[in-house]
Structures are given as C-alpha cells and as structure tokens.
Design a protein around this ligand. Sequence first.
Ligand SMILES: [Ca+2]
Ligand SMILES: [Ca+2]
Ligand SMILES: [Ca+2]
Length: 271
Amino acid sequence: MFRISALALAMSLAAPVASATTILFNDFSSVAGLQLNNAAAAATDGSSRSVLRVTPSQFNQAGSAFSTTAVTLGANVSFSTKFAFNFNGQRAGGADGLVFVVQTVSNTAGGIGGGIGYLGLPNSVGIEFDNWNNGGGDGNSDNHVGIDINGSVSSVALNTALPVTLDSGTDLFAWIDYDGNTDQLEVRLSGTNSRPAASLLAYNVDLAAVLGTPNAFVGFTSGTGAAAANHDVISWEFRDTFAPVDLPEPMSLTLLGVALASMGLARRHRA
Ligand SMILES: [Ca+2]
Ligand SMILES: [Ca+2]
Ligand SMILES: [Ca+2]
C-alpha cells in the first residue's frame, strides 16, 4: 500500500508542468505573429542567423516589433520573458539601444536616438538596454540597464555597473520577470546562457495600474541617432504568467522523488 502511494507521489512530482509559454521564437526565420513598425525588419546577421533587427545600423531610425494580437497577462498582469540579443555593426560609437516593452497597442515606434523607440509610449513599461550616454538621465553611462515607465526614458531604476558590455558584439541574454502578486519587477543580464541567481535591477511597480488592462502587446523598440548599431534580437520566449525561464526546479522536490522511488524499490525487494 505504502509502495503504491509513494511511487504515485514520485510520479506526480516528475510529471511535466503545464507550459505557460505564449510566444517562442528560437530564431526569426519567420516573423509571423509580429507586427514590425518603422525600421524593424527580419534580417540575416554576420553569422548567417535569422534575426529580428529592430533597428539597422543607419542614423536617425526608430523601430519596433510587437505581438500582432494582445496577450492576456496572468494574475495582476504577471509575466516572465527571456531573450538573446546582439548589438553589432556599430557606427560612430554604437547607439541607442534596445527596450523590451509591455504596452496596450502594437503599432507604435517612439522617438529616435536617445528615445530608443520608446519615448512617448503611454501606458507602458520598458526595460532598456542603453548603449549611448545621453547625460544625467542615463546616469552618465553609455552601458546601462534601466526600467522606464509610460514612455519616459528617464529611468525609475538604473544599473550602470553591468557584467557585460552592450556594444561587445557578442550574444547577451536577458531575463525579465514580473510577479503581479508582489508587484516586483526583476531584470537579469548575462554574457552566457545561464540565468544569474541575483537580479541586476529590482523595482516595485503596480503594472496593472500602469497598463489599465491585462490585455497587452509585448515586444521590442529600438532607436539610432547620430550614432547607430544593428540592434538584433536572436531568440525570444514570453510567458503570460510569473514562470521565470531557466529557473531550476527546487532540488528538494527532485531528491524527494528519488528518495520515495528508492523506498518503493526497497520494500519490493523485501517483500
Ligand atoms: Ca555605444
Ligand atoms: Ca541613452
Ligand atoms: Ca537610458
């Protein structure tokens, strides 16, 4: 009797969790499901990869790419996302960066240059990866990550001590998680495809109030000015609940499952 219940429990612990993934681009060989605005386009990068080039390395551009249909976000507009990106082909120093955006329309690209394609988008939150120093609002940094609200590029939270160089031309990896139950927005960034334990930025914000609706369009904006770069998204996963991508399963559950299975086996041998 015990053996059966223990094995059943072990099996239930090992059962796959229902996926909350609503958007998944392993590459951008097809951009179906995305609305591309202004300068944004599918492109082939220097490694022959099919990428989403939100702005090309040309001066004074703005571009954006958003889901063509609204995503209904989870409890209190919770979400989790991960993407790989690469800034390359820099001209005059490389500018102005890439912003991951959650907003209530799909067809906009905001201001060029230091606006990073995000300036002026109402009812939105943006997580900016900014490779050009526009002064005090950028913390006098040309290599920072910020959290932006309602179309302002004067970030409400800023990290100017990144573990990577945005203009390195190498693939970078970002994880963004919002738990609407705690209102906590967390940003992680790495030069390797391994989710850091510690967040780079954490900020408390009531996104349900900012957006005014659980139905959101999610995607990216970018801009260039008197300096430019190819701002490429390499891959992208978005989940409509708080379900952090690449979060290891709790070790205790795995060990418990192994322990219970072993106990069942031991009892069978004794029988
Ligand atoms: Ca730069
Ligand atoms: Ca800037
Ligand atoms: Ca900035």
